[in-house]
Design a protein around this ligand. Structure first.
Ligand SMILES: Nc1ncnc2c1ncn2[C@@H]1O[C@H](COP(=O)(O)OP(=O)(O)OP(=O)(O)O)[C@@H](O)[C@H]1O
Ligand SMILES: O=C(O)c1ccc[n+]([C@@H]2O[C@H](COP(=O)([O-])O)[C@@H](O)[C@H]2O)c1
Length: 214
């Protein structure tokens, strides 16, 4: 059981009302969604920092089937993206892989995912962990007003991105790695090292399978 505290986070007035401590035990579960093509240490640092600061019980890593607002960026299979997430999180207690978006197929709207998660586990409170760049796009998301009722948004501050949002957001400060999956795909294609940017097991998987080579 986890009781949320407001330690080390900035809480907007609207969120404060929603998260006021109660006598009820809560299961606080974080979510990091993404294409994870491939998963990298930036994702892991973000999830770990938020999990620790918000005292979340668990963080679910949910690879998407197809990202909603962009064309699929690669021919890498869902199986490979999922396998790399499983390898990346295997040694971290509390990090879990959930393949419900891949099982569902089609466009991976986060609203649909939260409806499914809440149906499965109504006792859980979900915290959607997003980089500040993604928070800015929330107004364009599918059924965003309904999604906002099902989840608490957690924004990880990034220099140059606004911390204002139409929706309640818990803002968290965390060390940031500038790594992106795009950069990693480019490095591999150029035959350059990705050591220290992804877990060793992920680097080995990419090498063994010959992923991202030009
Ligand atoms: N270096 C990073 N630090 C913190 N958060 C990150 C970082 N890179 C991505 N994220 C966040 O992780 C989530 C999933 O991102 P995604 O899988 O699309 O990775 P990406 O590196 O942005 O990929 P791509 O370069 O292919 O667009 C998003 O919320 C995004 O803001
Ligand atoms: O539901 C939406 O409309 C929506 C729009 C954009 C992104 N998302 C989700 O946000 C997460 C990160 O997106 P991306 O494009 O950075 O991989 C991923 O889980 C997406 O499914 C969701």
């Amino acid at each position: 059981m986890t009781h949320l505290t407001e330690q080390a986070v900035t809480v907007t007035p609207a969120t404060q009302v929603k998260l006021a401590p109660t006598a009820q035990p809560r299961h606080c579960v974080g979510i990091v969604g993404g294409t994870f093509n491939p998963v990298h240490n930036g994702h892991l640092v973000m999830a770990d920092q938020v999990m620790q600061q918000l005292k979340l019980e668990r963080v679910l890593f949910i690879p998407d089937a197809n990202p909603p607002h962009v064309d699929h960026k690669t021919a890498i299979s869902a199986k490979d993206r999922t396998a790399m997430v499983a390898l990346a999180i295997q040694d971290h207690p509390g990090f879990e892989l959930d393949t419900l978006e891949i099982a569902r197929g089609g466009k991976s709207y986060t609203y649909d995912t939260l409806v499914e998660l809440k149906r499965r586990h109504p006792e859980n409170d979900y915290f959607l962990i997003l980089g500040a760049d993604m928070i800015a796009y929330l107004p364009k998301w599918y059924r965003i007003a309904d999604l906002a009722k099902l989840v608490t948004f957690v924004g990880v501050r990034r220099p140059g991105f606004p911390v204002k949002s139409k929706y309640p957001v818990i803002w968290v400060d965390a060390p940031q790695l500038a790594t992106s999956s795009t950069q990693l795909r480019q490095l591999v294609a150029q035959g350059r090292s990705i050591q220290y940017l992804v877990p060793d097991a992920v680097a080995s998987y990419i090498k063994e399978k010959g992923l991202y080579h030009a």
